[in-house]
Ligand binder design. Structure first.
Ligand SMILES: Cc1cc2nc3c(=O)[nH]c(=O)nc-3n(C[C@H](O)[C@H](O)[C@H](O)COP(=O)(O)OP(=O)(O)OC[C@H]3O[C@@H](n4cnc5c(N)ncnc54)[C@H](O)[C@@H]3O)c2cc1C
Length: 386
């Protein structure tokens, strides 16, 4: 592998870093409203950094996975950064899915307004017990054949961004008798379809963000065949096509938060004195800085390698599972150390660390809990696939 970055990418990286420093971080103290999002996106467009991952024909920069890795980390230094650049979850993963898997008609109807920021979307796979969770093949939401299309019934929850979304990328069982990997199909369900009901935002640790994490109910929701993404029975495969790269982009954005946490804690320790010397002169504090730096460096190399493999057209499920476990757990440790180094200030609202701490916990659960990824990684090794 060549670790050199193209000079144009370095320039873009530095421009994203400056934008986050000068425009985004100062906006963190403002209320998180659609108006703020529109204002930041306007500024990102004018700065020529909007939509790094979006296809050029849709107004994006059309960059590959390695470049995304570099830029998403910079954008990720603030939770508002990916929103401003229009590369935040779940829209980023849904746009990637639609760009590569949707029909021309679906792209015109959903992808274009999504890219332009005129609408939002959500991804509805997870269900309360006994339905789909860590094991999506336990899905209970059912789509049955009716004249002219399908009728969907079921309950989903934790669909990020569901409140106010224009459509839900929905996975439902279409053939309960098929083998468990071919039972489900992916549908694009307009949220104004009769029978679709946004029930509530599930209260979660951390901030809700725009659209929250919603519970949504489907009661006799009718959609035509043209709402299907890919083919009937392809739902779980397409969910993996979406989640593989989406796990990586989560890692990229979180590395930005980890970087900022290390920087905040190091700045504090350089100023603060205890027992006659700066905190940075105490060896156990130095070790915390070093351990965090080591884990961030290892995270970046892992994610870069997976991004490179993805760009070569390789299948990266194994690598993305490795990255997801390592980065999610490393980020949690890094933020925890940063809180510790800042003492009481670290748990106060006077730095963003307490917010990072609350948000980071869910990263070890969503897009597959660490235990499930460990199971998948171990299975691959045991079967001799690696
Ligand atoms: C903030 C947030 C945002 C989310 N956004 C979305 C979204 O947009 N769309 C969506 O569809 N879902 C979303 N989810 C749901 C998420 O993907 C699920 O929480 C996740 O897949 C785990 O499912 P579950 O919560 O039902 O856990 P369960 O399946 O109930 O598992 C509980 C625990 O059991 C353990 N476990 C499970 N399997 C194994 C195993 N094989 N070996 C050992 N231990 C195991 C793990 O520790 C796991 O955490 C979100 C969740 C959160 C918290």
């Amino acid at each position: 592998m060549n670790f050199d970055l193209d000079p144009q990418l370095i320039d873009l990286r530095d421009r994203v870093a400056a934008f986050v420093r000068n425009e985004v971080i100062p906006a963190e103290s403002k209320p998180f409203t659609p108006e703020l999002v529109a204002e930041l996106r306007g500024k990102a467009r004018r700065a020529g950094i909007f939509g790094p991952q979006l296809p050029r024909e849709y107004g994006g920069l059309g960059l590959g996975t390695i470049a995304m890795c570099v830029l998403f980390e910079q954008a990720g230094r603030s939770f508002l950064g990916p929103v401003a650049l229009h590369c935040s979850a779940p829209d980023e993963g849904n746009m990637e899915l639609l760009a590569h898997q949707a029909t021309d008609e679906q792209r015109e109807r959903w992808l274009r307004p999504l890219v332009e920021g005129k609408i939002r979307s959500c991804f509805a796979m997870t269900e309360p017990a006994p339905g789909a969770g860590s094991d999506p093949t336990m899905m209970t939401t059912r789509a049955t054949r009716v004249d002219g299309g399908w009728e969907i019934n079921g309950l989903k929850w934790f669909a990020t961004g569901a409140e106010g979304a224009a459509f839900a990328v929905t996975i439902a069982v279409t053939d309960p008798d098929a083998d468990r990997h071919h039972r489900a199909t992916m549908f694009l369900v307009p949220t104004d379809t009769p029978g679709y009901r946004f029930v509530r935002n599930v209260p979660v640790m951390g901030e809700h963000g725009i659209g929250g994490h919603g519970e949504v109910e489907f009661t006799n929701v009718r959609v035509p065949d043209s709402a299907i993404v890919g083919k009937v029975g392809d739902g779980f495969r397409l969910a993996l096509v979406r989640l593989g790269p989406a796990r990586l982009t989560h890692c990229m954005r979180w590395m930005g938060i980890a970087r900022r946490a290390i920087d905040i804690a190091t700045d504090y320790a350089k100023q603060r004195e205890a027992f006659g010397k700066k905190l940075t002169e105490h060896q156990s504090v130095q070790w915390m800085i070093a351990d965090s730096e080591i884990e961030l460096h290892a995270s970046r190399l892992m994610v870069m390698q997976a991004a490179w493999a993805h760009e070569q057209g390789s299948e990266i499920r194994h690598e993305s599972s490795i990255c997801k476990v390592f980065v999610a757990e490393a980020v949690n440790r890094i933020i925890d150390r940063a809180v510790q180094m800042c003492g009481a200030l670290g748990v106060s609202g006077d730095t963003p660390l307490e917010h990072f701490y609350r948000e980071a916990r869910a990263f070890r659960i969503y897009d597959g809990p660490s235990e499930v990824h460990r199971m998948v990684i171990a299975r691959n090794v045991i079967k001799g696939k690696r």
